[in-house]
Design a protein around this ligand. Sequence first.
Ligand code: NAD
Length: 352
Amino acid sequence: MHVFQHPEFDQHEQVVFGSDTASGLQAIIAIHNTHRGPALGGLRIYPYASEDDALTDVLRLSRGMTYKSALANLPLGGGKAVIIADPRRHKTPALLEAMGRLVDSLGGHYITAEDSGSDEADMQVIARRTAHVVGLRRTANESGDPSPFTARGVFCALRCAVRHGLGRSQLDGVRVAIQGVGHVGAHLARELHAAGAQLVISDVNGPVVSRLAEELGAKVLPPQAIFDADVDVFAPCALGAVIDEKVCERLQAKVVAGAANNQLASPAAGQRLHERGILYAPDYVANAGGVIEVAWQRRDDYRRDAVMAHIDRIEATLDEIFQRARRERTRPEEVADRIAEERFKPQAHCAA
Ligand code: NAD
C-alpha cells in the first residue's frame, strides 16, 4: 500500500495509522490541510474490505472537508478518521477510548466528530481521552445530531438552484425526487413539504419510506426507479457516487441538489450533466450545514440564531458560484473548487 503515490493523495499534511492490540483498534487519521485552522472531520466506522479501501476513503473524505470548510468560511482545515470495524459488532468502549488516545496524540491538529457508524454517545466515550472532539450536546441548544442543520443547508442550496436552473423563485409546486430519507433526507422532505413542493421519495428501508410518505402525502418509487422520476429536482441523500454517466442520461430533472458526499462518480459525469443543461449544486457547498453547526460548538458565543444565519449564507455562496459559472461558461463544481482553493492555499487571505 503506497500512500504518497496513492491516486487520492493530494498534498495531505499527515496520514497517521494507529493500532491498539487490546481493543482491536485499527484506524487511520488523514489531515489534508490546516492553513485555515485545525482539521475537523467525522469518524467513520466501517468494515472496509481492505486497508487500501480504508485509506482511499480517508484520503478522499479529508480533502473534501478542506474544501467544505473553506467555502463555508470556517476557520478550520480538513481531516477525517476511519476505524476498520463493523460498528454493530466491534464498537466497544475500549475501542473508542483507544481512538480517543490516538486523536489526542495529534495535539489538536485533528478534531473528531460523528460520521456514519459513530454517534453522539460514541463521542462522549472518545471525550474521556481527548478534548479534541465536537458533536457533544453541552447545552440544550446544541445538537448531538448535525443532520437537521445539514438538511437546512441543503434546503437553501436547493432553493437557490431552482431559482437559477428553473427560473422559479418559489418552491411551491416544484417536483422533487429525494433518494434516501434517512437522517438528512427526512428533515429535508419535511422542509420541502412545508414550502409546498411535491415529493417523490425512495429508500431501501421500506418501513421508513412508507411512514414518511403517509405523513407528507409523498409518492414512493422503488430505489432503482428514482433516477427516471418525472420531476424538476433530483436530491441525492443516500450514498456517494450515484451520478455516473448512465444516470446522467436517465435524469428528467433540471436541477441536482442534495446532501450526499461525492455525488458525482467522475468529473465526466459532471461534464455530462452540464452538457444536458442540468444544474448541479456542488455537494460540499450544499451539505455544509452540519459542519457549520459543530464549528460553532467550538466557540464560547454559540447562538442558535447565529448558527442558522451562517447556514443560510450557503444560499449566497451558491448564488455567487452559479453566476460565475454562467459568466465563465464553466461548471459550478469547477468554480466552487477554485474559490475554495483561493481560500485555503497558503497565499490565500483567510476570511473567517
Ligand atoms: P442515513 O444513513 O441516516 O440515511 C441514508 C438513507 O439512505 C438511509 O435511510 C438508507 O436506507 C438510504 N439508502 C441507502 N441506499 C439507498 C439506495 N440505494 N436508494 C435509496 N435509499 C438508500 O445518512 P444521513 O445522515 O441522512 O446522510 C445522508 C447522506 O448525506 C450521506 O451520503 C452522508 O454522507 C451525507 N451527509 C450527511 C451529513 C449529516 O449531517 N448527517 C452531513 C454531510 C453529508
